[in-house]
Design a binder for this molecule. Structure first.
Ligand SMILES: Nc1ncnc2c1ncn2[C@@H]1O[C@H](COP(=O)(O)OP(=O)(O)O)[C@@H](O)[C@H]1O
Ligand SMILES: [Mg+2]
Length: 362
């Protein structure tokens, strides 16, 4: 079966997608992957909603449709015919412990124009089953990378998966979210490209002390977080510090990169027994930041393996994982043996013409 799976993460940088084939033995083959950046206008609106600067139902409804249109345009532009589409939506609010989550990005347009079934809203099923709605990827990570590995995803937020027969995962804290805000505020750039400033700057110990007051990092899993915690309100503390102490702005960037490395390190050491004997694999945009990765390797005293070197590009891992979860769910829905990997089906399926995918599966 050929799957088109797309993903929009907390970085709000755009839609990353992958087109891959998968068979009943869960062997997969990536045909193509890509990324469509959001326009400045859409990005600003999504960030404003996430930060509650706009809570306008008309804006939210419009964006719900516009994201769906971007999704449809990507699929049409790629022009590779698939049997199933997957998009769980862009999170505009998530509070796992309180079981509140909302994603936008309507898949109906893709479904209607392409006539392929599309799986969406994967997080709601996880919450209905008593979990936190995030992270969802551990099941799929075991298929992608194999057993007994630690998989880091350094997106806007960082999450960690431990693969195996009973895979589990949790968010560890910030990924690039604080760094990106600092780059925008101090340098008017979207990111610290390749981690140049993150590597060059000095670590500001007094800023680390302020950041370390955040109790999420030491909290025991299960746990999940998002822009609600590491968005503008958290960033205000960094602005205040900067106004008071007037440090070199590249030192702020380096310190925020270090804070990401440190929080991942702390979570691995505190919550993953036997971590020293496991391979650590990294995906997500943060693995392009040398400042984050090099400092993390020093803290762990261990080499980190890049997902790209295992054939899964850093930007494809999450959409691939969501695609695999949707595939497993579809097998379950159709009563086809999925080797007991999922305890319940995830997501809703928007049906245009199921015949094609059923034929592919049977
Ligand atoms: N070449 C790069 N150098 C440094 N950082 C990068 C690079 N490419 C991406 N990033 C960082 O990764 C982020 C996007 O990561 P991504 O995995 O897409 O996260 P999300 O899933 O939250 O959207 C960007 O906002 C940026 O901070
Ligand atoms: Mg992204």
């Amino acid at each position: 079966m050929r799957i088109f799976s797309a993903m929009s993460g907390t970085s709000t940088d755009g839609i990353s997608y992958v087109i891959f084939d998968i068979d009943k033995e869960f062997k997969f083959n990536i045909i193509k992957n890509g990324h469509k950046s959001y326009s400045k206008k859409i990005k600003t609106k999504l960030l404003n909603i996430a930060e509650s600067r706009i809570v306008d139902k008309v804006e939210i409804a419009k964006l719900h449709w516009e994201l769906g249109k971007i999704l449809k345009d990507i699929y049409e532009k790629e022009s590779i015919s698939c049997d199933l589409g997957v998009f769980s939506g862009h999170t505009i609010y998530h509070d796992g412990p309180r079981k509140i989550t909302l994603q936008i990005g309507d898949v109906t347009l893709l479904n209607y124009s392409s006539k392929i079934p599309v799986v969406t809203d994967l997080r709601y099923s996880d919450i209905a089953a008593g979990n936190q709605g995030a992270p969802l990827v551990p099941f799929a990570d075991s298929i992608i990378y194999g057993k007994d590995k630690i998989i880091l995803n350094i997106g806007g937020i960082s999450n960690i998966t431990v693969t195996g027969d009973r895979p589990y995962g949790f968010d560890s804290g910030p990924g690039n979210m604080l760094l990106d805000q600092a780059m925008r505020f101090f340098y008017r750039k979207d990111m610290d490209f390749e981690g140049e400033l993150s590597l060059k700057g000095e670590i500001l110990e007094d800023l680390i002390k302020i950041l370390s007051k955040d109790n999420f990092i030491s909290k025991k899993p299960p746990k999940s977080t998002g822009r609600e915690r590491y968005g503008r309100e958290f960033f205000e503390k960094i602005i205040e510090y900067s106004k008071r102490e007037n440090p070199d702005k590249k030192d702020i960037i380096a310190t925020l990169a270090y804070f990401t490395s440190y929080s991942i390190y702390k979570n691995i050491v505190n919550f993953i027994g036997n971590w020293k004997n496991m391979e650590i694999i990294c995906a997500g945009g943060g693995c392009k930041n040398k400042g984050i990765i090099e400092r993390l390797e020093i803290l762990l005293n261990k080499k980190i393996i890049m997902s790209d070197n295992l054939g899964v590009p850093w930007d494809a891992r999450e959409s691939l994982a969501f695609g695999i979860i949707a595939y497993l769910s579809l097998l379950m829905e159709l009563g086809i043996d999925n080797k007991g990997i999922l305890a319940y089906p995830y997501g809703k399926i928007t049906i245009a013409s199921m015949e094609k995918s059923i034929l592919q599966l049977k």
